[in-house]
Design a protein. Structure first.
Length: 553
């Protein structure tokens, strides 16, 4: 039950339903789950920005398994989210002593060090920005009459999103009175704004004019980046136009110019990768996507943009028929952002990959080699080992019927009659002219006392090979068995049960004419002799006798 709850939690986590996932992981923990569950629940809390709980679960994970690097990764992520960058750096370093090659530790360490440096450069102010990362920050702002109107201000919302994503950027916004007011409200202190004005106590004589959007003063660095962004976007738009016109060389030139102006913008790399894909320069497309992802990580780009880079890389690998790499790229894309189109592409690719692997595995020569090895094992009485070889032969050549006949013989030796019959039927379905397959099927029916079916099989062998001595001898044996059963006068319930389940027997008994004849035969034996004069009726009666449904005395 713990594993079931864990599996359900994993499904919800992958879908981004962190609260539901937490519920399942908690139930699994209560049922005796292991350290991995605390790690998973910590990741969910991080996804909800509930970093204190994430830290608590990460500590529990480490306590249960101190030599598992991922637990340290979860703790580092929680400390990072709380703005405790120096502590996060130490935890990541401790984890790397245990698992030096674990990517989540190396990447987390790099991010934590970068944030610690930014925080130090900002005079330690970065920690204040963490108040904007609380999961209920929007509800708190909306519930306060003084701060609620700010939610309709696009420029304020842009800054709020930046602070939620990067709390250390608070030092760039301390000159914005709106940010100070909201920060004070969230911290529970009164930070006086520059105007110092409170709400009016008397209604104005005339409606107040709509407030003007406050002009936000940009730092010199922000002004420089804004200018560069404008210049680079102009190149990007020109590149997009060229791309739509299929002037790929020209499009590449424009995108490269945009990258030269603003080299840390992942969008330009994604666009350049699209051009290279259209040119069938798949290696170039992949290299560009990787570079874009690297840059996107450094600047904490939107997850959707990083996901697009992985998806585009997957397309290139798919075009090159590098299925393993393509699957990995699509999975990485979905880890960044769940996209229905990418999910569909991934499922289709996984099917193609499986089909390609099966096709690549086909080799008629190796099929025959495996079959011959199976024959040697069969002769030695090593039937399970022979079955493995015959199964391998089937995979090596799915069109070969003989291995099914051989494997049926093994199952006969092991008294696995349903499996033996299934293989024999598959064999003759694949190759209806394979006499040995029919003979094998006839012998199985004979053992199961399905004499009518056994007779049909041996008759089919004689149609294919009229002089087949074994088939003639076996057909005589079947007739003998039918006569012995008929003369004994005792019904075989098991034999009759199997016969009544046979569609052919059911069809005969369901024929109104045959039902009438059978009823007449019970009251007047002479009717039986008359009925036997009709070849069709005689054949049906013989079938019922062979099946054990009808006895003649």
């Amino acid at each position: 039950m713990a594993d079931e709850q864990k599996a359900l939690g994993n499904e919800q986590f992958k879908a981004g339903n962190y609260e539901a996932a937490i519920g399942f992981f908690t139930k699994s923990i209560e049922l005796g789950g292991d350290h991995v569950l605390y790690s998973n629940r910590s990741a969910c809390h991080c996804g909800l920005r509930n970093y204190p709980e994430a830290l608590k679960d990460a500590d529990a994970c480490i306590a249960k398994k101190q030599d598992w690097g991922k637990g340290y990764g979860r703790k580092g992520a929680a400390l990072h989210g709380m703005g405790r960058y120096a502590e996060a750096v130490k935890v990541y370093e401790d984890g790397l002593k245990i698992e030096p090659a674990l990517a989540m530790l190396t990447n987390g360490l790099a991010d934590a060090k970068r944030e610690a440096e930014r925080d130090e450069a900002a005079g330690g102010m970065g920690g204040l920005g963490n108040v904007f990362g609380a999961p209920d920050v929007l509800q708190k702002i909306a519930s306060n009459p003084q701060t609620a109107p700010l939610l309709a201000d696009p420029s304020f919302m842009a800054k709020l999103e930046e602070l939620k994503r990067d709390p250390s950027s608070i030092n760039r916004h301390l000159n914005d009175q709106r940010i100070l007011s909201v920060m004070g409200m969230l911290m529970g202190v009164n930070i006086q704004t520059a105007d110092g004005a409170g709400p009016e106590t008397e209604a104005p004589s005339k409606p107040a004019p709509p407030p003007k959007e406050p002009e936000v003063e940009l730092t010199p660095e922000e002004q420089e980046r804004k200018a560069k962004k404008k210049e680079a976007d102009a190149h990007k738009e020109a590149g997009n136009a060229a791309y739509k016109s299929k002037q790929f060389a020209e499009a590449i030139g424009h995108y490269e110019k945009a990258m030269a102006v603003l080299p840390d913008e992942i969008t330009y790399y994604n666009n350049l990768a699209a051009v290279k894909f259209e040119q069938k320069d798949y290696d170039g497309c992949i290299a560009t996507c990787k570079k874009g992802i690297e840059i996107g990580r450094e600047v904490k780009a939107d997850f959707k943009l990083v996901a697009k880079a992985y998806s585009r890389m997957g397309n290139a690998y798919k075009a090159m028929k590098s299925y393993d790499e393509a699957v990995r790229a699509y999975e990485d894309s979905l880890m960044e952002h769940r996209d229905a189109a990418v999910e569909k592409t991934l499922k289709t690719l996984q099917k193609e990959k499986k089909a390609a692997a099966e096709k690549a595995y086909v080799n008629p020569e190796l099929c025959e080699q495996a079959r011959q090895e199976g024959n040697e094992l069969f002769k030695a009485g090593k039937y399970p080992a022979a079955i493995e070889k015959y199964s391998e032969a089937m995979k090596r050549d799915p069109t070969a019927a003989t291995p099914y006949s051989n494997r049926a013989a093994c199952y006969q030796k092991l008294m696995e009659w349903p499996l033996a019959l299934k293989d024999a039927e598959t064999c003759v379905t694949m190759d209806p002219k394979f006499a040995k397959g029919w003979s094998r099927k006839g012998s199985i029916h004979l053992f199961l006392k399905e004499f009518h079916k056994s007779m049909d099989c041996y008759n089919t062998v004689l149609e294919l090979e009229p002089e087949n001595a074994d088939a003639k001898a076996n057909l005589d044996l079947v007739v003998q068995k039918i006569n012995e059963a008929n003369q004994s006068g005792e019904a075989d319930p098991e034999r009759q049960k199997r016969a009544m389940a046979d569609p052919e027997i059911q069809a005969i008994l369901g024929d109104p004419q045959m039902r009438s004849i059978l009823q007449e035969m019970q009251t007047d034996p002479k009717k039986a002799q008359a009925a036997m004069q009709d070849p069709d009726i005689a054949a049906k009666l013989q079938k019922l006798i062979a099946a054990g449904v009808l006895q003649m005395r």
